[in-house]
Design a protein around this ligand. Structure first.
Ligand code: PSV
Ligand code: MN
Length: 406
């Protein structure tokens, strides 16, 4: 069945001049990191619903993440959040991950849950609190050395709720001072990915509110500092793909936190409300991938694709599988864009022709392509079905309720 569907797909794409060998290679190289916190209980400020079978330790979170990788084949690394994933022996956590066929990915410091940080962490006007926050960042560099991680995803809840509450310019300087200290402690292989967010939990001003502020800070810190785009962190209507193209062109796009949103930082399953936006983000990335400037192509090759979502009502492992698959689907569709066709239409000022050349790639059914690649790689053609019909969810029931939560 899949053979026939794939042959038709192949004919269709060959007629358009799409190089399917290249498309298949790129798809096989596509990986996406899942977040340890996506496997634990999470919720809203109204309620955290506790689920049976939720991992109780960072080790169990890795075991659940290994299921996502087992069935999809494209989620081989797991981001951790400290102290949510604090353990006595990070070497042991690393070996546990490796034994499961995984690696530990980005380290996410947590500077938003300690009482001391209520009025700011690295931007607090109290020097002792700033010291404590910076020490935590340095601790994360040591953890990265022990886990073999190369990236840090830095997000700060720092901000104020009222005018006059804090001195915005002093806070800006304190933020830079702290991050510079962390930057100086990194090894040459490490990268600092700076995340911005327009609001929440602060509602008047946020110290790193948009990509421009994150970019400016990265430029001041040095070449190992880049910007992380979390798709849920913009004001309504923001053109994220434009931000992506701009940052790639400046060689400072470090990575993504993918998730879906309808209103704010909703942290929903990737690609559920915004598949076309995701496709257009990949369009910009692939458009830059063949740039004659090697530094731009290298920026594209080093993008850290990560998921950052919270599962409030969903079953966590299937929700993560769905996210991983949705990202892969949109990437596959974007690989079918004929960039020369878009360019030619754009150059002859054919507005509708250019739009059509982009959109039509989105309209192809890539299921036969993905199924054929999974078959070739010995993966289940339908990863979700394979997981749901496995006995894994039964096997973790004994964990009971009240597992890890944020
Ligand atoms: C903040 O909203 C954020 O996007 C940061 O990446 C945090 O580390 C993560 O969510 C926590 O869920
Ligand atoms: Mn994030």
């Amino acid at each position: 069945m899949t053979d026939r569907a794939y042959s038709l797909f192949e004919e269709q794409q060959q007629a358009r001049g799409i190089n399917l060998i290249e498309v298949r290679e790129k798809l096989k190289a596509f990986n996406i990191e899942t977040p340890s916190w996506g496997y634990g209980d999470s919720g809203t400020r109204f309620k955290v619903f506790q689920k049976v079978g939720v991992p109780r330790t960072p080790f169990e979170k890795l075991e659940d993440a290994a299921q996502v990788h087992k069935y999809t084949g494209i989620a081989p690394s797991v981001a951790i959040h400290i102290p949510w994933d604090k353990v006595d022996d990070y070497g042991k956590l690393r070996s546990h991950a490796e034994g499961l066929g995984l690696s530990i990915g980005a380290i996410n410091p947590n500077l938003f849950q300690d009482d001391d940080y209520m009025l700011g962490s690295v931007t607090n006007s109290d020097a002792a609190i700033r010291r404590k926050a910076t020490n935590h960042l340095l601790e994360c560099v040591d953890i990265a050395k022990a886990t073999g991680s190369k990236e840090f995803s830095l997000w700060f809840a720092d901000g104020t709720n009222y005018p006059g509450q804090g001195n915005i310019r002093k806070r800006k300087a304190w933020m830079q001072e702290s991050l510079q200290e962390m930057y100086n402690a990194m090894t040459p292989q490490m990268r600092m990915l700076i995340e911005y967010k327009c609001f929440e939990p602060a509602f008047y001003h946020t110290d790193l509110a948009d990509w421009g502020m994150a970019y400016n800070l990265a430029m001041k810190l040095g070449p190992q500092a880049e910007v992380l785009v979390d798709t849920g962190h913009h004001l309504q209507g923001a053109n994220i793909e434009h931000i992506v193209a701009y940052l790639i062109d400046e060689k400072r796009l470090g990575g993504f936190h993918f998730n879906s949103r309808k209103y704010a930082d909703d942290d929903l399953i990737v690609g559920t409300t915004n598949p076309y936006e995701l496709f257009l983000i990949f369009y910009q990335i692939l458009n830059a991938a063949n740039d004659s400037d090697a530094a731009i192509a290298s920026c594209v090759n080093n993008i850290a694709y990560m998921i950052d979502q919270s599962h409030n009502i969903e079953q966590k492992i299937p929700a993560m599988i769905r996210s991983v698959l949705n990202a892969q689907t949109q990437y596959a569709k974007a690989l079918l864009i004929d960039h020369a066709e878009v360019e030619a239409a754009s150059e002859r000022h054919d507005v509708l022709g250019a739009e059509d050349a982009v959109r039509k790639a989105f309209e192809f059914d890539v299921a036969p392509l993905l199924q054929s690649i999974r078959e070739e790689q010995g993966l289940p053609v339908d990863p979700m079905h394979a997981y749901l019909t496995s006995s894994y969810s039964q096997s973790i029931q004994h964990r009971g309720k009240g597992g890890a939560s944020w």
